[in-house]
Write a protein that binds this ligand. Sequence first.
Ligand SMILES: Nc1ncnc2c1ncn2[C@@H]1O[C@H](COP(=O)(O)OP(=O)(O)OP(=O)(O)O)[C@@H](O)[C@H]1O
Ligand SMILES: [Mg+2]
Length: 605
Amino acid sequence: MGEGAVVGIDLGTTYSVCAIVENGRPRVISDTGGSFTIPSIVAVDDKGNRLVGQAAKRQSMINPINTIYGSKRLVGRDIHSPIIDEIQDHFKYRIAEGDQDDVRIRLRKEDYALEEIQAMILDHIRNTAQDMLGREITKAVVTVPAYFNDRQRHAVREAGRVAQMEVLRIINEPTAAALAYGYGKGLKQTIVVYDFGGGTFDISVLELRDNVFEVKATGGNTFLGGVDFDNKLAGHVIAEFKQAHNIDLARDPMSHQRVTDACEKAKIDLSTMNEARINIPYIAQGPEGPLNLDMTIKRDQFEEMIGPLVDKAMEITAKVVRESKLGKDQIEQVLLVGGSTRIPLVAKKVAEFFGKPPSKGVHPDEAVALGAAIMADALVNRESDIQLLDVLPINLAIALPNGRTMPIFDRNTSVPNQKMKVFTTSKDNQDSLKVQLVQGDSEKVDECEPIGEFVFRGIHPAAKGKARVEMVFTINSEGLLSLSARDPDTGVEQSGVLTVSDTVQKTYHQDLIQPKKPVEKKEAQKVITRTVTQEKKLKAAEAPTPKPVPSSPSAPNASARKGTPAPAQKAAAPPPRPAKPAKPARPAGKGLFARIRGWFQKKKT
Ligand SMILES: Nc1ncnc2c1ncn2[C@@H]1O[C@H](COP(=O)(O)OP(=O)(O)OP(=O)(O)O)[C@@H](O)[C@H]1O
Ligand SMILES: [Mg+2]
């Protein structure tokens, strides 16, 4: 075994892909069977063995209750999210409640956190790639949907930690695809990446200037993808069968799984053929013996079923293009990424919308992993000659007691970024202040996703409205939020700044990641760390919610992209600024940064 390898991993909802840069060329790593995609499926069989990837997929039809599909959709979700019910309508595995309102999945008799499920997939991808490379993989860049919120991003980072993988950086899937398309080509182009995968839809508008990849706007839906098309078709097939035989195939997990699998195959056939046959022998037992399912679906019938879902994606597309402030005629290339873009109706709608045929410049299944590999290689071997300038996908706000939100960062704000807000107290001698953070496009708290909470303890005694708390909200280049707070009158500052979304203390299975031969370095490590070391969730019920100080202006947006020195951009190392800065400098941000630097210096001394 030689030196450790660095790879890019596209951790997909349905399929995952791993890629590497070798001799300056990115390539996808196949498994020993020659397949370039790894099913993102985890199962526990009747003997208690944990299975991942192809092995899990192979047994899924006979073990649907203990086989987890599409787990990425549950990552970073709250157990009370309406999404849970929707998942349960289509997938047969059992969802359990964790002790912190988090989602767990029950496999046989044990409950697994979503971070563990994702860690098992990451570990399997690593082992598969190691077998092919004959080298240990030590580091990776992992991709996430652009539309992932803070909590989901944290969960993916945590999965990397559980898998004992050094995640150099997480990057957005469309941005990675843009990298695969444009890196090293010296392009000056405005492009759209339209990424319709198995579970999520993402769209980003980017400007490419040599090796600077600047996202102008992004949007998406983490609940819109190929599995929804499969489910639509399966719903139709099940309804037809019920009408003919008065048997509900959805009631039997095995039959339901067989129908869904056959529908995915039929959907794929319909991308190249005008009709597809769904033929499943012995699907149920009728009064006169076993029944077969035999149905033909025409392409226009299928298109009618999925039309509203494709339209949903096109509505998001129109909104994102509008928010990019670019005309459609300014968009030079439209890249189609993700397996669902092979559906002719999808490609047709995209072409109609942009008034031009989409580009064939990238491979729809491989582009994201290749882009991640290029980024990983750049971070480790080329002193980061790439500059990724991404944006926040969803508004980030504070939940106010009246049920409304107070915006902190609007969607499409460039990242990294930093803002300060000043709050005051609402009671005499109030000594703590709690902020609850949410992400969503609505101004109503209950229509947004809760992200976490932050409590500042250490306000000096004062009459209500007299004390002040300065809170600094920082989003790093991965779109992850951290917070710090300070009482300017006493200089007391909250330490251990990050309490958002990582605050849940979870325990993980001790034997989750097995050391794998022949990577000797790992053999010594029988067990990995599984306990999150972050602070326990703050029980902050007693801490009153903040009252903004109307007269205290929040600090100006200190965007890295806008020229002001921004918080360290490094996932590993900060990319050098491009030769031609994108935007003129914004000196207005300097004051805040100087002050923050001052605080830290003061703290150190
Ligand atoms: N020829 C085809 N026609 C229609 N759909 C296809 C075709 N090939 C693959 N798909 C579908 O594409 C989806 C997988 O795409 P992809 O691998 O890009 O998604 P993913 O990375 O798993 O998901 P996501 O990016 O949403 O997390 C599956 O739903 C699969 O059925
Ligand atoms: Mg994908």
